[in-house]
Design a protein around this ligand. Structure first.
Ligand code: PMP
Length: 383
């Protein structure tokens, strides 16, 4: 069945029964329609006699898959022509190094630290340039609850870019809008955005962006693929040490095919893009994200302190909802009970503990409702 007729994410009942709601932070749940389509095409893609895994990346079949994926992605996110779209390997962590090598020119870069991922980005960039924290929201207990007011950021004039993580996957802190660096710094400072864990769940204001990157394994597809959107005027500044495979200019000139790209991951991402278009695109994803997050934060805030999420409500993530049980002795019971109710992977990140529900595009509103109901049930039972 064509993917655009498979409107319903959980399309086959037996499959649904064997597939609990999966709140994994990534690799994460995928639309069942996409998995079914991949299954249908597994042995013989469109009569080619090959699976996508067996195709040459330079052959006509894969070139079509690749080009369609890029066209659909550009359309979904309304990406202006002056941005090159690169489909690379190396993940979000790889990009922390790649951005520094491509844009910093070995000089200086500023970071706004709002959680574990922006903190790690700053640590990685130290190897390539002079790093400065323009702001940090780290609290004494090592947690992050808000995004510092951009007006208070101490941006250096020598910085070649300013890096933010627009959704902190571990700490559940999300920018509701991107900062306007032109207004804040008075210069044409490129904004680098790690959007790994919320890409395609909301529109992007490209007028504020220099480089935006995202690993695919959370809100798009499977691991192994990293999307990079780079503004053309930032190409051609790579440091000599920059590996060929991460040189943005060379990859842009070579359709991201300096070497073998992650072909199957690109194919799955392409299927997800088709699915997103069939669902109504990014605006529909945004509405659903608001609904899902509203259900979970509503249950947490309505629990009279049984569950706690201390992130500033203005900066709460719609994709990753960390929370703690006030009585942590109940943690194991809570996780076991959730599993019995067909809900898995809600344990918090090892660095912070507690719980975390990741509710990306492929999580249905029903899934979030089921978890919200379980939160209420459990609180009533033990509260
Ligand atoms: N940035 C963010 C926001 C992330 O959530 C992650 C992965 N959890 C990374 C970067 C690192 O991504 P990868 O594992 O693909 O290198």
């Amino acid at each position: 069945m064509p993917i655009n007729q498979q409107q319903n994410m959980q399309s086959t009942a037996p499959l649904l029964l064997s597939r609990p709601y999966n709140f994994s932070p990534g690799p994460a749940t995928l639309p069942v329609a996409v998995l079914e389509r991949a299954r249908e095409e597994m042995l013989n893609w469109h009569g080619s006699g090959m699976s996508v895994m067996e195709m040459s990346h330079r052959g006509k079949e894969f070139t079509d898959i690749y080009e369609q994926a890029v066209v659909d992605l550009r359309e979904l996110l309304d990406v202006p022509a002056k941005f090159k779209i690169l489909l690379l390997q190396g993940g979000g962590l790889g990009e922390n190094a790649a951005v520094a090598m491509n844009i910093s020119q070995g000089k200086a870069a500023d970071f706004v630290v709002t959680g574990g991922w922006s903190e790690r980005s700053a640590q990685e960039a130290v190897k390539y340039c002079d790093v400065h924290q323009a702001a940090s929201a780290r609290t004494q207990d090592g947690y992050f609850y808000h995004i510092p007011d951009p007006q208070t950021w101490r941006i250096r004039s020598q910085a070649q870019y300013l890096h933010i993580c627009s959704n902190e996957t571990v700490h559940g802190v999300e920018y509701q809008e991107l900062p306007d660096l032109k207004a804040l710094s008075g210069q044409n400072l490129p904004l680098v955005v790690d959007a790994s864990s919320h890409i395609l769940s909301r529109p992007v204001d490209w007028s504020k962006v220099g480089v935006l990157f995202a690993g695919a394994q959370k809100n798009i597809g499977i691991a192994g693929l990293t999307l990079v959107f780079v503004r053309e005027d930032l190409l051609g500044k790579a440091m000599p040490i920059c590996p060929l495979i991460w040189n943005y200019e060379l990859q842009a000139k070579n359709n991201s095919m300096i070497n073998t790209p992650p072909t199957y991951a690109i194919y799955i991402a392409g299927l997800v893009f088709q699915w997103l278009k069939a669902q109504g695109g990014v605006s529909v994803m945004q509405e659903r994200a608001i609904q899902r997050a509203g259900l979970l934060y509503g249950a947490i805030d309505g629990s009279h302190g049984f569950y706690v999420n201390k992130v500033d409500p203005l900066n709460r993530s719609r994709m990753n909802v960390p929370f703690f049980l006030k009585d942590e002795r109940l943690n194991e019971e809570f996780i076991a009970g959730a599993k019995q109710c067909q809900m898995i992977n809600i344990k918090g990140h090892k660095s912070v503990g507690g719980m975390r529900a990741s509710i990306y595009n492929a999580m249905s509103v029903e899934g979030a409702q089921a978890l919200a109901d379980y939160l209420k049930f459990f609180a009533q039972k033990y509260g």
